[in-house]
Write a protein that binds this ligand. Structure first.
Ligand SMILES: *Cc1c(COP(=O)(O)O)cnc(C)c1O
Length: 387
């Protein structure tokens, strides 16, 4: 096959370890469903890697967010503050619990929830009434803050966590894209009440599908475990005191996850290598601003994204479409959620940066196994697309 015609995918799984072996173990031992040794092992090993005491595996990252928000005490009719610039799953999980998302802006350095604008929203738009934060324009209780570590880059957690000294809010982190990233030397996992991971096919490691709630709070862990197993009481009787969900991860998926976790450090190194190489290739072109790292951050570089100067590269949508026609899978950034028809009625507060990032941003191919020649072809494409 000619090098020029091969498709360079945006990001595909890399299954080069014990995946076959562990899957075969599941089949040989008859443990294929929502119980089995790999589920517990996967939970234990991810918790140990991140450095948190409790982990609850779920069918996917969206389910993890759903139960984590419920365990954090988010009630139907409440509001949850989250960045507009994220994958729709973040807001869907809020809506599943009958709560309403309120979209806030991103901060230009980390592309994560802007702590200053979040503070402004709370001080100008909300009041504290009977020990709860109330949004003055909707009269709803604001019960949680849901920051997202976008594309593997940690958001600025400390000023966000400082807000909960003043406002009674639960912090649930959407860490779906950031396994292996670090904030001020600490692994992204759980600085707030809970954090959620995803093991979807294109995440940094995959279980073929899967998610996990991480927490330091034993009650939150117990609550998530209950909610993910149809709220069945422990013990020999099948007693259900409330309506739960069938959200447990299967042993087959956990087996894949365990095999992938063994390779995580190598994957992270490969992603850094890709970021470094793209940085070198793209710097001479001009008009390209890579999404690098804030001084306090070590990104997982789950995605390698750049901002293109429209004066040099024209309309990013057209550039992306043309690249895809040529077999180079470029992706736009997440469409900010206040611009999504599904959330058209939601409140959005002073969103400017997220829209600017969305208009100029492009994610480049960055599979773990991408070759230097493929990165060179991507850079050549961008150089030729320059006017
Ligand atoms: C992938 C992702 C999710 C959802 O994970 P699934 O496993 O696909 O349900 C949630 N939030 C963000 C930011 C994601 O990228």
């Amino acid at each position: 096959m000619s090098g020029a015609r091969r498709i360079i995918p945006n990001a595909v799984p890399h299954l080069a370890g014990n995946e076959w072996k562990y899957l075969k173990e599941c089949l040989d031992t008859n443990w294929v469903s929502s119980a089995g040794p790999f589920v517990e092992r996967f939970e234990r090993e991810v918790a140990a890697y991140v450095g948190v005491p409790h982990a609850v595996a779920t069918v996917n990252g969206t389910a993890a967010l759903h139960v984590a928000l419920l365990a954090a005490g988010v009630q139907p009719g409440d509001e949850v503050l989250l960045p507009a610039l994220t994958f729709i799953a973040t807001a869907n999980a809020v809506a599943y619990g009958g709560a309403h998302p309120v979209f806030l802006d991103s901060e230009p350095g980390s592309w994560g929830l802007d702590p200053e604008k979040a503070a402004d929203f709370l001080s100008r738009e909300c009041v504290i009434k009977d020990g709860r934060v109330v949004n003055r324009s909707t009269a709803r209780v604001v019960s949680a803050l849901l920051p997202v570590h976008l594309y593997g880059h940690p958001c600025d957690l400390d000023p966000l966590l400082a807000l909960i000294q003043r406002y009674p809010l639960a912090v649930v982190e959407d860490s779906a894209e950031a396994l292996g990233a670090q904030y001020k030397g600490r692994r992204i996992g759980c600085e707030g009440l809970a954090a959620c991971l995803s093991f979807n096919g294109n995440k940094i490691i995959t279980a073929g599908g899967g998610g996990m709630v991480l927490t330091r709070d034993e009650d939150v862990a117990r609550r998530c475990r209950l909610l993910t197993t149809q709220a069945r009481d422990p013990g020999p009787e099948w007693i259900h005191r409330e309506i739960g969900f069938n959200y447990r991860l299967s042993n087959l998926h956990a087996a894949l996850g365990c095999a992938q976790l063994e390779q995580l450090d190598g994957f992270l190194e490969a992603k850094r290598q890709t970021a470094r190489h793209y940085g070198e290739l793209l710097a001479p072109l001009g008009g390209i601003e890579p999404f690098g790292e804030a001084s306090w951050a070590r990104s997982s570089f789950w995605m390698y994204s750049v901002l293109l100067d429209p004066a040099a590269y024209g309309d990013t949508r057209r550039l992306i479409a043309r690249a895809n026609d040529e077999g180079i899978e470029l992706r736009p950034l997440w469409r900010p959620l206040h611009l999504q028809p599904a959330f058209a009625g939601s409140q959005a507060y002073r969103i400017e940066v997220a829209e600017r990032l969305y208009a100029r941003g492009v994610s480049l191919p960055c599979s773990v196994a991408i070759t230097p020649e493929e990165r060179e072809r991507v850079a050549r494409y961008l150089s030729e697309a320059r006017r």
